[in-house]
Design a binder for this molecule. Structure first.
Ligand SMILES: Nc1nc2c(ncn2[C@@H]2O[C@H](COP(=O)(O)OP(=O)(O)OP(=O)(O)O)[C@@H](O)[C@H]2O)c(=O)[nH]1
Ligand SMILES: [Mg+2]
Length: 307
């Protein structure tokens, strides 16, 4: 495995990919001028191919074009910078990306489709918060598979935080309730609740999330403080549909975008921010405990457009 570059504070520590959006943009902007309109059209296509979405891509290109001004001969750097600024502005408008935990106990419910990285993200988040001196409790509300409970326990041991779990097959809402009650009794600051992966189109499973949420709310009004949707960056535009469905059922308050290290696209973050106005709090950049970076719009766009 290749060593990754060291992560700068706020940076992603990811290399631009040879097949990424930035490389495509470089190719387009490096061509002998075939006419400004053709260049802008090619840029729009590249943004769509990078999962930014057709509507947003058009909007970005129009805005960047306007910023540069009609008839002005712009350098490749100026065009790239105009696009970058338009994206950063829109990401910033979607909400501050700083993840704050409230007064204890602060409950964080973690949801998403199968295999997006929920459990791993919980472990990373637990390590981050524990490292900042917070007391953290994990709840194994993915009760469908014994292996899921075991996976959470292994991470918890590694981080050094307790887990509330019941038997496989137990009611996930009951586990969530137990965890919240236990956090209250112990004075724990943060409760991170792991849930089973579910397809956003499965009505019954989605309703279960609403039930888990309801149990937490009744026990602790104002909680969960956060409902984090974990999205796999490599799934591209489908992430948007997932975000819509999970928002409806579970009241998503923010996004964690995982597997950015494996994605040549990653532009779905822009589509989510613009169309759903949900903040992206963190990005996952690998499988280790430390591979979670707070989302910073500028670093993200620098990576997205680098090539
Ligand atoms: N490269 C990379 N892999 C990741 C990242 N986050 C998670 N993974 C991997 O993705 C796989 C699935 O992760 P899990 O955390 O088990 O995913 P999950 O959403 O809990 O899965 P289910 O509970 O089955 O729905 C594991 O192999 C993780 O190591 C990331 O940011 N980058
Ligand atoms: Mg899991």
């Amino acid at each position: 495995m290749m060593a990754r570059p060291r992560r700068e504070p706020g940076g992603l520590g990811l290399r631009p990919r040879a097949d990424g959006l930035g490389a495509r943009i470089r190719t387009i902007l490096g061509r002998p001028r075939s006419g400004a309109t053709a260049t802008w059209e090619a840029l729009e296509e590249a943004l769509v191919a990078g999962d930014i979405g057709a509507v947003t891509a058009l909007e970005l290109v129009d805005a960047a074009r306007e910023r540069i001004g009609p008839g002005n001969a712009a350098s490749a750097d100026q065009i790239r910078e105009a696009l970058a600024n338009e994206i950063v502005t829109r990401l910033a408008a979607a909400g501050g990306a700083s993840f704050e935990i409230g007064p204890p106990p602060s409950v964080v419910l973690v949801v998403g489709v199968n295999g997006t990285g929920k459990t791993t993200t919980i472990a990373k988040l637990a390590a981050l918060l524990h490292g900042r001196g917070h007391t953290v409790l994990l709840a194994a509300a993915d009760t469908y598979r014994a292996a899921a409970i075991e996976q959470l326990r292994l991470w918890a041991d590694q981080v050094g935080v307790p887990v509330i779990a019941q038997r496989p097959g137990a009611d996930p809402a009951a586990v969530a309730f137990d965890a919240v009650a236990s956090a209250e009794a112990r004075g724990t600051q943060v409760v991170l609740i792991d849930t089973a992966g579910r397809l956003h189109s499965k009505t019954q499973l989605m309703a279960e999330l609403a039930k888990i949420r309801g149990v937490i709310e009744r026990r602790l009004p104002g909680q969960p403080r956060h409902v984090l949707l974990v999205l796999d960056a490599t799934t591209g535009q489908n992430g948007l549909l997932q975000a819509q469905a999970f928002s409806r059922e579970a009241g998503v308050t923010g996004i964690v975008l995982t597997k950015l290290d494996g994605s040549a696209k990653g532009g779905v973050a822009v589509a989510i921010a613009v169309q759903l106005e949900l903040p992206i709090y963190f990005v996952g950049v690998g499988e280790e405990l430390t591979d979670l970076a707070p989302f910073d719009a500028r670093s993200y766009v620098d990576w997205l457009l680098a090539g």
